[in-house]
Design a protein around this ligand. Sequence first.
Ligand SMILES: [Zn+2]
Length: 315
Amino acid sequence: MPPKIELHCHLDGILDPEMARDIRAEDPGFPVDPELLAGAYPVDSFQRFSDWWRFPAALQGDLDRFRPVLKRHLKRLAAEDVIYAELMIGGSEIPVDTSEAIDKLSEVRAWLKPQTAGRIQVEFLACFGRNKPPESLEAKVARNIALYEAGLIAGVALAGPEEGYRVQPHHRTFARYHDAGVPIEIHAGEWCGPESIWDVLRYGFPKRIGHGVSLFADPALVDAVREKGIHIEMCPTSNLKTGSIGRIEEHPIRKAIELGLRFSVNTDDPGPFGNSMESEYALLQNVFGFTEDDLGRVFAHSAAARFRSGLPGTP
Ligand SMILES: [Zn+2]
């Protein structure tokens, strides 16, 4: 299996019924009931996807509750030859107070080390929602810069509902991250047209854009993204399952390689979508006709777009 790098995956979007059963067998107090969770499938529409999120809600608010999920996820990633993974952690999982946040993330990272056994590098991004008031995102900037400078997060990410929530009101927040050298990822072009990605380019200082499905509708935008060297984190199965695209063949990932863009392939939320890095690679080959050379380019682009450099001996 070729080595893989994943850049776009949400920690609270990993749990699935099989994993929940395994965790419950070890810890009967685990707050997600595997059989109730199993009732949330198939996740094949935006509505079903939204409904799915009430299950990980029982874990939110404390990073420690995700440890059994993370442990099993890393095992799966290692079996798929994933050598580097960035995971987005939600705002509610990071203590508000800076020194508490440093302690919490230091503990989790120290616990992670033996789990990964030097085979896979895991980095965290602090992720927050577009729909939050600008002042609430700005209030987290100093803490997140401190976490970044302590090596505990590798960058920040903006997710959440795209429609009606522009990046412009968060301009000052992103300018502060940018000035401090904190790498920025912003989800855009998943639910809205190219104007949403222009908004990100103007006000968000992104190194990477998540999804970018609508990017291809505007050739000037494609040129701007290519010229700025911005990386696109593509998530084909996610886009199909949530209804961002109608059929998998409509996904623009083939166009991305033809247009010479820099991009990766990612699972986004393997819990509800039932996908894996292996299944995404299989799509690239079987649906989109990627050659070995194309896959090599995906790997090289993913490696170059990591927010923290890799394990010794990796590119
Ligand atoms: Zn995402």
